[in-house]
Design a protein around this ligand. Structure first.
Ligand code: ADP
Length: 721
């Protein structure tokens, strides 16, 4: 039997131990323990097996743990510490349960069976033997049948089923003896002998016991031998064979004494207690470590849980805020869209209102011009008809008022045009010096009125030919000089033009109009540029004016890309300055000076067609033409005008632009299809959407604006006749 266990142990070690037997490894301590068992040193065997277990735990090797716990169980079994043995076998079997079925599992169950047999718990022993047997069968391990049969017999005997036990044992006895079976067969012979003795079949008993003793001599099983000797002594005693009884008993006692010594050598009671205590200590340390580890793990997992919860909460809050944000954004978008719509509607309304205002102003001023033309025209005619001295004064006042109104309306129209962005900037070549000299000449008479010294100071470095808008530049400078001459008496008015920056193709010029006049108070330096703003009521009364001139100047300078600056000291004079950029032109141009034409003789007997629908204007214009002995034919619509021009030869056509039916521009365009020679001059109170260029583009030669300034009127006609 012992051989079988050695074989099983060897097999188990082979199957489960690590191949590498490094010092400080499970396998190392396991083999140490094994050699201590050989030397009957169970103290060291126990201690090394335990070390082997510790390493298996440390390496987290479940298989090694199972094997070493089994080995420890075995050691306890050998030491007859069955409860301890059961404890470790059960540990081992629960560790094995995590693995595939294996020999060690069957071994463990078998040993558990043996432990319970020793504790005479036959039912439990039978159960474990059964478990063990089925695993051996499954793994096809040979030579185990008799082992289980023997245990079966022992259980029957333990349960007092003596006949059943006898049958089982005798079956084993009948099997031919092999070295592997020696122990099992000896045990069966011994058990049969014992039962026969119990049944008082003493001779039979002696027969079996003698055979048992004989077979036992082939093995080293001293415990078995001691039992057989005791049984032989008892049977001999029963048969009153005192000698043999004594002799066997004596042998039995000697053997027992030897065994006791061996057992005591294996492990003293003190050693056992010490070992158990150290084991308990280790267990406590281990469980403590485990608890600590568990606590650490649980702390860690708690931390992870808290973090996870925090993360989830943050994510949830984030999602919620995103969701809310989205809703708020959508709502704001909706609100913005609504506001946008409202703003667009408001903008549309404002644009429409501004357009309506512009249109209104344009229409009003345009409509005012026609009666104004009548007033100015008739005043002019009356003044030419040698009025009486008293009438002369009235007529002069009337002329002054007419002129003022004309200027006022023209300025309103100009501002209106600028504000409604209807002003186009010209880019034409001009000669600045000639332009300034021309302006100076035209204002010489005005300078004389207030006895002013009017000087022009032009930088010689300024390029001769510039590209820009000479009309607007003239308008600006004329306005500023006009004011300077108006608000200065017996003083100096100087117009300066300096070259500020010169580049390859461009030049920036600095203009200054300086006077030594009345000056402007400091608190008015900004407001003088506002519409209808004049220095003071006194100034207005004394000097007249509309309060629109500087507004126009400021706006014109701005659209040309500059900014007006004003410095002034009351009583000492004022300075208006600005800078403007111009492109430099290579092409020279001829400057048109306003030539004084002697039109009187030129106009006599010339034939002019007047196309005009307004009766008063017809009358005034006709009279003005007759005064210069011009032959004048009048027609009030465009269609008839075309017919007349086709059929007759006229020296010139004066064409009102606004006519019933086809208007003056279309009529001109149609005339030009058959007559390119006859000069056609447009008569117009230029409105918001008209300009000189536009009118000329229909084939007209020039434009005379209403209300007419007689001088200009005659000069322009004379120029084209
Ligand atoms: P006005 O038609 O009244 O001259 P402006 O817009 O040209 O209108 O000028 C506004 C006001 O600025 C004037 O009424 C005057 O008080 C003041 N002003 C303009 N130019 C001068 C100047 N050169 N010297 C003194 N005051 C001036």
């Amino acid at each position: 039997m012992k051989l079988l266990f050695v074989y099983i142990l060897f097999l188990s070690t082979l199957l489960y131990s690590q191949p590498n037997e490094d010092a400080d490894s499970t396998a190392y301590y396991s083999s140490l323990s094994h050699s201590y068992v050989q030397n009957n040193n169970y103290k060291e065997a126990l201690s090394n097996t335990q070390k082997a277990i510790q390493y298996a735990i440390k390496n987290n090797n479940i298989k090694d743990q199972a094997v070493e716990n089994y080995n420890l169980g075995k050691l306890y079994y050998d030491l007859r510490k069955y409860n301890d043995a059961i404890e470790y076998f059960i540990k081992s079997s629960s560790l094995i349960a995590m693995q595939q079925p294996a020999v060690i599992q069957a071994d463990t169950y078998y040993n558990l069976g043996l432990c319970y047999m020793a504790k005479e718990n036959f039912d439990r022993a039978a159960m474990y033997f059964q478990k063990s047997k089925s695993i051996y069968k499954l793994l096809k391990i040979p030579d185990t049948t008799e082992l289980f049969e023997l245990q079966k017999g022992l259980i029957y005997k333990g349960q007092n089923k003596l006949d059943l036990a006898l049958t089982v044992f005798k079956t084993i006895i009948a099997i031919p003896t092999t070295p592997a079976l020696t122990d099992t067969k000896t045990e069966a012979l011994y058990q049969t002998g014992s039962i026969e003795a119990l049944k008082n079949r003493n001779n039979l008993a002696l027969n079996y016991l003698d055979k048992a003793l004989e077979l036992n001599s082939k093995s080293e099983n001293l415990e078995q031998k001691a039992s057989i000797l005791l049984a032989l002594s008892t049977v001999h005693e029963k048969m009153l064979d005192k000698n043999n009884a004594y002799s066997y008993l004596k042998q039995h006692l000697n053997l027992k004494e030897r065994l006791a010594i061996i057992n005591n050598e294996r492990l003293g009671i003190d050693d056992y207690t010490k070992f158990k205590e150290s084991e308990r200590l280790k267990e406590i340390v281990r469980t403590n470590n485990e608890t600590k580890e568990q606590e650490r793990v649980s702390k860690f997992s708690k931390l992870i849980s808290i973090l996870a919860i925090a993360l989830i909460s943050i994510l949830s809050l984030l999602s919620l805020s995103l969701y809310k944000n989205n809703i708020i954004r959508n709502q704001s978008n909706l609100l913005l869209k609504e506001k946008n719509k409202e703003l667009e509607v408001a903008k549309d309304k404002a644009e429409k209102a501004s357009k309506a205002r512009s249109e209104f102003l344009s229409t009003v001023s345009h409509e005012l011009r026609t009666p104004l033309n009548a007033i100015n025209g008739i005043t002019h005619l009356l003044l030419e008809e040698n009025p009486k001295k008293t009438q002369m004064d009235y007529l002069s006042s009337l002329k002054f008022s007419g002129d003022y109104l004309t200027k006022f309306i023209n300025e309103i129209l100009e501002i209106n045009k600028i504000e409604s962005h209807s002003v186009e900037i010209e880019h034409i070549t001009f000669n600045l010096k000639q332009l300034l000299v021309g302006i100076q000449n035209s204002l010489k008479e005005l300078a004389l009125v207030n006895n002013n010294n009017f000087r022009l100071d032009v930088d010689a470095a300024i390029p001769d030919y510039l590209i820009g808008d000479p009309t607007k530049l003239s308008q600006i400078i004329l306005n500023l000089i006009n004011n300077a001459l108006k608000f200065t008496k017996n003083g100096d008015v100087t117009v300066t033009a300096n070259l500020h920056v010169l580049e390859d193709t461009a030049a920036t010029l600095y203009f200054e109009i300086r006077d030594t006049g009345i000056g402007i108070p400091e608190d008015k330096l900004t407001s003088v540029f506002d519409s209808f703003s004049q220095g003071s009521i006194e100034v207005n009364r004394k000097y007249g004016g509309t309060g629109l001139g500087l507004t126009i100047v400021k706006k014109l300078i701005k659209i040309l890309g500059g900014r007006i600056e004003l410095t002034s000291i009351v009583g000492q004079g004022s300075s208006f300055s600005f800078k403007l950029g111009f492109k430099i032109s290579e092409l020279p141009v001829e400057f048109k000076t306003a030539k004084k034409i002697d039109y009187d003789s030129k106009l006599v007997n010339k034939k002019i067609l007047l196309v005009e629908d307004n009766k008063i204007n017809q009358m005034i214009t006709k009279k003005m033409l007759h005064n210069k002995q011009i032959i004048c034919e009048v027609i009030d619509n465009g269609e008839d005008a075309i017919d007349l021009v086709r059929k007759n030869k006229f020296d010139l056509v004066l064409m009102d632009v606004h006519l019933p039916g086809i208007n003056g521009t279309i009529a001109t365009e149609l005339i030009r299809t058959f007559d390119a020679a006859t000069p056609i001059i447009a008569l117009t109170a230029i409105s918001l959407h008209e300009n000189r260029d536009m009118l000329l583009s229909f084939g007209m030669n020039d434009v005379i604006t209403k209300p007419f300034i007689p001088e200009e009127f005659y000069t322009t006609i004379a120029e084209y006749i």
